[in-house]
Design a protein around this ligand. Sequence first.
Ligand SMILES: [Zn+2]
Ligand SMILES: [Zn+2]
Length: 435
Amino acid sequence: MVKISFLGSCREIGRSGILVESKSGSKCILDYGIGFNNNNRLPLETDLTNLKAVALTHCHIDHSGALPFIYKKYQVPCFTNPISLDITEILIRDMIKISNYPYPFGFRELDLLKQNTSFLEKGTRYMIDDKYFITFIDAGHIPGSVSILLEVDDKRIFYSGDINTQETHLIDPANYKDVPQIDTLIVESTYALKEHPPRKSLEEKFVEKVIEITENGGKVLIPAFGVARSQEALLILEKYNYMGNIFIDGLARKVSSIYLENPNFIKDINAFRKILKRSQFISKKKDRLHVKNSKGVIISPSGMLKGGAAINYIETILNDPGSAIYLVGYQVEGSPGRGLIDNGIFEFKETQKKNRMSVNLKIKAKCDYDYFDFSSHADSLHLYEYIENLEFRNNTHKDVFCVHGDNKSTTTLASELVKKDYNSVAPEIGEIYKI
Ligand SMILES: [Zn+2]
Ligand SMILES: [Zn+2]
């Protein structure tokens, strides 16, 4: 019997963590992220005796953020790739530095994580223990993202991680043909209930609006997530020949540099180099002042306007009827970005631990604002299509666990799959399944 324990990301997005144990008791952890709920930010603690390895699907902190906690007690290899490691390190470092939450680990454990990292190329089957193999397969979500195939005893378990089956400008999509026959699927459910708008017309509308605003002397603030979404926005501007100024600030700047250093993980590195050459990296106060007096596009996280470098520009833009704020990622309920889209009011409060400053803003937008859903997750249509294309070794017993989605998304996906003859559930945190 192989045991799968769900330590997090159960009926929620956040603190991904799956423990897979072989018949002989050897263990491997798939992802170990942090949650966004203030009380429970770490995956459920459990006995990790005989832990052989940890494997990371990608750098987003809901998958990687709690990894240092493991290295408080265990010195096991963490399998990932160079681009995911570099960005994971930046994200965790930032998280420890600026968060008011008392994480039970610090820079020392982050260094131990780095020291124990092993790079695994996609498609390479690696033995972590007797009858225990791990293989990375492209997930199409962000540069460096992978799905994970575990072969444990006589079982094949496939964990999708965050997955996208549609073409983006940054990377190639996930392809079900890369996955061999499996016994068990653990699949994300983020957009199990939602369809994305057609990408091409959305991109055209976005660039049209950006050009109109900037040609009339305005500024467009794109508060994109620093990892992948900012760079995808840049590549959209490049594709449609936007020729105005581009300013890149905050995390988007650091991550863009890492992408340049890891060209093998980017689909069209030349297009990316080209657009970055025409862009200006902004990090100093005096340069920000210059940007505020210029026209053009400002790409600056955070993606939901919860903080980050975007806050430096927000007052200027909100008060200018000739400028605009275009959000390009999902806006969670209660976030400042969501408030702006829904009510046209930007509300933001922050006490900065680092420089003991507090910011308190409530501004009614005079500028244009809009939301463009440039998602990097498969939507419901493509999620079902992907699952149904996967081949199971036993056609009469197809195990599917639905994780990484809210309560409704995970449970609906599971029950719809039951109707299609899958043996499917949305596990709850702490549940253990024997397969
Ligand atoms: Zn992700
Ligand atoms: Zn995720």
